[in-house]
Design a protein around this ligand. Structure first.
Ligand code: ADP
Ligand code: MG
Length: 226
């Protein structure tokens, strides 16, 4: 889908995020603006420490910027109570972090089902269909601790996709997986965009960046001009 034809799914306007530790001050985000349209995959690249994860956490409503705002389909996500952000996340945002995507005391299948229970969506996609999509039908009853790196990444993606989110945010989803898993994950991100999702993927992989519709480069808390 051409970005211009689609609605604006995700908007970050002039985000600032500062961290203080003793006398040290880290300017993690210094005026980051980003717009992602429905049906678009945007790759975020840049050196370690440039603010990519901080940006993604702010886009997900998991972290609160010190300045600026984020809207999802025109609804403000920032500076809202946690209950409101949780509701917005459950309704329209899927998040895949670098780790910690699965609850260790639940099986793969139970993890996906738990994510679906948060939304009370009318007709959720069957868990079995989601597991088939990520190639994990045979691992439905597996405990997270027994998964390989690639399986864990795909299981996390199944959780992120549990509610067919209109906005999908992924932080280095192919960071610790082999080439076959990278292709699989890349395919799933592309499928979400084809289904109308707005996808933001932080990545160090040239292949993932090349497959995106657009790449933005972060450096020292800023997005460099293209
Ligand atoms: P990237 O994902 O691009 O590697 P991050 O967003 O993780 O970068 O970090 C950006 C900067 O903010 C780094 O200098 C990092 O050390 C700092 N930072 C990130 N999270 C915290 C935190 N919770 N407390 C203090 N500093 C942090
Ligand atoms: Mg990071």
């Amino acid at each position: 889908m051409k970005a211009a034809e689609a609605g604006m799914a995700l908007l970050a306007h002039e985000l600032y995020r500062f961290y203080h530790a003793g006398d040290d001050e880290t300017f993690a985000l210094r005026g980051v603006s980003l717009r992602v349209d429905a049906g678009e995959v945007v790759a975020v690249v840049g050196p370690s420490g440039s603010g990519k994860s901080t940006l993604l956490n702010c886009l997900a409503g998991l972290d609160e910027p010190d300045g600026g705002f984020v809207t999802v389909f025109g609804e403000r996500l920032t500076r809202r109570p946690e209950a409101v952000r949780s509701r917005m996340r459950a309704a329209s945002i899927g998040v895949l972090m670098q780790s910690g995507n699965l609850l260790e005391h639940l099986t793969v299948e139970q993890n996906v089902a738990a994510a679906q229970r948060l939304t009370r969506a009318g007709r959720p996609t069957p868990v079995s269909a989601l597991l088939a999509r990520v190639g994990l039908v045979g691992r439905a009853d597996a405990w997270p601790a027994t998964l390989s790196g690639g399986e864990a990444a795909r299981a996390g993606l199944a959780v992120a996709l549990a509610n067919e989110p209109a906005v999908l945010l992924a932080d280095e989803p192919t960071g610790e997986v082999d080439a076959a898993n990278e292709r699989a994950i890349l395919g799933l991100l592309g499928e979400r965009a084809l289904a109308g999702g707005a996808v933001v993927v932080v990545t160090h992989s040239a292949r993932v960046a090349a497959a995106a519709d657009r790449t933005v480069t972060m450096s020292d808390g800023r997005i460099l001009d293209a």
